[in-house]
Design a protein around this ligand. Structure first.
Ligand SMILES: Cc1cc2nc3c(=O)[nH]c(=O)nc-3n(C[C@H](O)[C@H](O)[C@H](O)COP(=O)(O)O)c2cc1C
Length: 346
């Protein structure tokens, strides 16, 4: 199951019983590997009011209930570790400007500008990611996914248009990847090898984000392949689309040709049913992650295996409440186009 923000945690990131129940429902619904929502590793970089965090013993304890359910159901749970970077919301971060690899003056897209992280801030952030991974391990979870996609902090560092640094954290692809790689090495130095570490990347620019280029992301992937990671996860938007930079080729083919054999390739985006999943697997993916289809079908895997029809989006509000979404969760889901029926039809 793909990581899916549901906005159901408290304002300080404490997971709610509703979200734990929903994730448990997905585990029992047959997903072999469940990746949780983007989760804060320290109090900054928050993007959503109800975003979960993994920084306190209480939060660790909440996540441990998922580990228990997963073990009872022969599934794996990974927590997705995240910092919002350029996309952090200042009203959720004590009015502070977002932080990123390089300074941006106030105005335009960033009212408050972007504050450039200092060397010591980067080391603190690396430690924060590693500490949350340690908490995930202590909670009994099976691993972490580092969120380096979607224009969030780790993605900002990889992006040469945003990362204009000339120190050890910028310049070459190797230096731009250093932040991410130091987190991986930090986790590996502290936790046993069987603890899983995956990395989520955007393969190319999407929406109005600039600077994420396929060749760069493939170069990053080759560097990651030299580290002890367990999979690379490309957030495709649409798994079956053409590559922007190589219009005569499809993106999945480009990725599967380029990702080294020993690194499992996971893809997400527009994989709704079993046939889509099979096509993606035949097209070179090793693992497929289900996003929107899982929101309305927490038992997606069981339905596919039993040939039970899936419920298709847009989902009715009533259906989502039955799945366990709170009104706060539902409000967030409604901000995504065509996910929820605006008015429930009887
Ligand atoms: C409601 C919602 C919440 C999401 N939250 C996250 C998230 O926390 N982390 C992340 O990396 N991607 C997130 N995504 C992206 C999904 O993981 C997935 O890549 C995307 O939905 C495309 O897959 P799909 O077509 O199967 O929905 C979210 C998507 C949706 C619709």
């Amino acid at each position: 199951m793909a990581p899916l923000t549901h906005n159901m945690s408290s304002e300080t990131g404490d997971p709610s019983q509703a979200e734990l129940d929903w994730l448990a429902r997905c585990i029992r619904g047959g997903f072999g590997l469940v990746i949780t929502a983007a989760t804060q590793v320290l109090s900054g970089g928050r993007c959503w009011l109800g975003q979960p965090a993994l920084v306190t013993p209480f939060q660790q304890n909440a996540f441990s209930t998922l580990a228990k359910t997963a073990n009872e159901n022969n599934a794996l749970v990974l927590v997705q570790l995240h910092h919002g970077g350029l996309r952090a919301a200042s009203d959720l971060n004590d009015g502070a400007a977002p932080v990123g690899p390089s300074e941006v003056q106030p105005g335009g897209r960033y009212d408050l500008g972007v504050t450039e992280l200092k060397d010591k801030d980067i080391y603190e952030l690396i430690e924060a990611f590693v500490r949350s991974a340690q908490r995930a391990y202590d909670a009994g979870l099976h691993g972490v996914e580092l969120h380096a996609a979607h224009n969030f902090l780790l993605c900002n560092f990889l992006n040469p248009t945003l990362n204009k640094r000339t120190d050890q954290w910028g310049g070459s692809v190797k230096s731009r990847s250093r932040f991410l790689i130091e987190i991986i090495r930090g986790i590996r130095a502290r936790l046993p090898r069987q603890f899983l570490v995956g990395v989520r990347l955007s393969p190319e620019s999407y929406a109005n984000i600039v600077g994420i280029k396929l060749d760069n992301q493939l170069a990053v992937t080759r560097l990651l392949a030299n580290e002890e990671i367990d999979y690379v996860h490309f957030s495709m938007g649409d798994t079956f689309k053409s590559a922007k930079d190589k219009p005569n080729s499809d993106l999945l083919t480009e990725l599967s040709k380029a990702v080294p054999e020993h690194i499992p390739l996971m893809v997400a985006g527009n994989i709704h049913d079993g046939i889509d999943a099979e096509i993606a697997l035949e097209g070179g993916a090793d693992l497929v992650a289900i996003g929107s289809a899982a929101l309305g079908n927490p038992d997606w895997v069981k339905r596919i295996n039993n040939s039970t029809p899936l419920v298709c989006p847009p989902y009715t509000k009533h259906w989502m409440i039955v799945q366990g979404f709170t009104s706060q969760g539902l409000d967030y889901l409604m901000s995504h186009p065509s996910l929820i029926e605006p008015v429930d039809v009887e």
